[in-house]
Design a protein around this ligand. Structure first.
Ligand code: C2E
Ligand code: MG
Ligand code: MG
Ligand code: MG
Length: 289
């Protein structure tokens, strides 16, 4: 990619870098509109109890079907929202939709447990816990039915800075989950310092289990660690029956993955939930309407 100075602007750039930044500038400009017009969507993927097959909850995953660029990958969307100061609004919209659905999809024992992904930038906002309390209250969802997932990298990089807000959320009764566990850092000391109730074993290890003894050893070690700390474990990225059986044999309790369901738009997720009635001991979670 040949660097040209600003005076040379007549010559078009054709490097991949250039079209990438054009895309970014275009998306950043469009995101304002998308947020104001409620064009972002939220899809839902179940968390499943591996032994019984019962639905343990759902994870909310943001989607942006851009009219010309097509679906924007969530990672890219979050990065843009972060750099343009729009992440707070994005998170608020996802949380709103997630808790609305949690209440709507209540089962016999209350609202469907719901997980929402957070970026450290959101937790740096001191007003966040109060907004969470407001949305929970408005939808009548008990705090213990809400889990925030934060990737291990973010927890390790920002952990100490985030402790006050994490502690406040914990005091409210909200659960904290460490996402993509195992991909981050070698020190696990933060598990003692932070109010963590769940870890999600990164899908790279889960998918490797079928063929790789190293990955199986890592999964087994994480399960042992979690048992010690009395932390729940979710295996993410289960795509095959074989992986499911291995995880069951290792007494991993909860899983997520395409084997059960891809993330689905709300109407299809509801339909999926309704078909879970005869699958396992838990039965359908939906209250009869
Ligand atoms: P994550 O929280 O670790 O979510 C899991 C990702 O793996 C999702 O990708 C999901 O669609 C995908 N996945 C689930 N099961 C399987 C499987 O069996 N096989 C494979 N190959 N993939 C599977 P997605 O939806 O593209 O999200 C990517 C990441 O973007 C998420 O990773 C999360 O870190 C972030 N993200 C998504 N929504 C939000 C949001 O509302 N806020 C924030 N801050 N981050 C979000
Ligand atoms: Mg997640
Ligand atoms: Mg993950
Ligand atoms: Mg991930």
């Amino acid at each position: 990619r040949g660097a040209k100075d600003a005076t040379d602007g007549v010559l078009a750039y054709h490097s991949g870098l250039e079209s990438e930044s054009l895309r970014r500038v275009g998306l950043a400009a469009d995101l304002r509109r998308a947020l104001d017009r409620d064009e972002l969507e939220v899809h839902f993927q179940p968390k499943v109890e591996l032994e019984s097959g019962a639905v343990a909850g759902a994870e909310a995953l943001v989607r942006w079907p851009h009219p010309t660029f097509g679906p924007v990958p969530p990672g890219e969307l979050i990065a843009i929202a972060g750099s343009t100061g729009q992440l707070g609004q994005l998170t608020d919209q996802v949380l709103e939709e997630a808790l609305k659905r949690s209440a709507e999809w209540a089962g016999p024992d209350g609202p469907l447990p719901m997980a929402v992904n957070l970026s450290p930038r959101t937790l740096a906002d001191g007003g966040f816990p109060a907004r969470v309390a407001e949305v929970l209250g408005r939808h009548g969802v008990p705090a213990a039915r809400l889990t925030f997932e934060i990737t291990e990298d973010d927890v390790v990089a920002d952990g100490s800075r985030l402790i006050p807000v994490l502690d406040r959320l914990h005091e409210m009764g909200v659960r904290l989950s460490v996402d993509d566990f195992g991909t981050g850092y070698s020190s696990l000391g933060y598990l003692r310092r932070l109010p963590v109730q769940e870890i999600k074993i990164d899908l790279s290890f889960v998918q490797g289990m079928a063929t790789d003894a190293d990955d199986r050893a890592i999964v087994a070690a994480v399960l042992g660690l979690a048992r010690h700390f009395a932390i729940d474990v979710v295996a993410e990225g289960i795509e095959s029956h074989r992986t499911l059986e291995e995880l069951r044999a290792m007494e991993c309790e909860i899983g997520q993955g395409y084997y059960f369901s891809r993330p689905l738009p709300p109407d299809r997720f509801r339909t999926w939930l309704e078909t879970q009635g005869d699958g396992g001991a838990g039965g359908t979670r939906l209250r009869a309407v």
